[in-house]
Structure formats: C-alpha cells, structure tokens
Ligand binder design. Structure first.
Ligand SMILES: [Zn+2]
Ligand SMILES: [Zn+2]
Length: 86
C-alpha cells in the first residue's frame, strides 16, 4: 500500500510538471501600451503576437516595442486659441 501511495504522489508530481511544461510562462506584456491601430494592437486583436522582429524581441523581454508603440506624449495644443496679432 505504501508503494501505491508513493506511485500516486509520483504521478501527481509528474502531471503537475507536465502542466507546467505545457503552459509556458506568458510574459506579462502590458497590452494597454499597444498603440491603437498599430501593428501590435492589430495582431493582438487577431489573437496572435505581432510578427515584427522588433516587436517579437521586445515581447521576449516582456516589453512592448517602443519603436512601434511610442509612449503617448501630450499632443501639441492646437493653436486655435492663439492671440491674433493684427
Ligand atoms: Zn508590432
Ligand atoms: Zn516593433
């Protein structure tokens, strides 16, 4: 009976290892950083990672490609309120 329990424990360990092996540790990429309408955003919506080499490289580091998804900067204020000097 002891052997059976040991076997059971071994099976449990093996199956948990198998699960760990089959589920790759998904890199936590902040998808909210994807530029909307950008290559990565489109790929994400298509259910697959972006195929751009630069994006693949960034994704491996759990990052978002900065080249294709530049950090949104404050858009320059429109000059409609500029004082008219005339
Ligand atoms: Zn991309
Ligand atoms: Zn890129």
């Amino acid at each position: 009976m002891k052997n059976f329990l040991r076997l059971l424990a071994l099976v449990a360990v093996c199956s948990s290892l198998a699960i760990a092996a089959t589920t790759p540790a998904a890199p936590a990429v902040d998808k909210s950083k994807f530029k909307s309408g950008g290559c990565c955003d489109k790929a994400e919506k298509g259910g697959k990672p972006c195929a751009h080499p630069c994006c693949v490289k960034a994704a491996k580091d759990s990052k978002v490609c900065e080249k294709c998804n530049p950090v949104a900067k404050d858009a320059p204020a429109p000059a409609k309120d500029a004082p008219v000097t005339k």
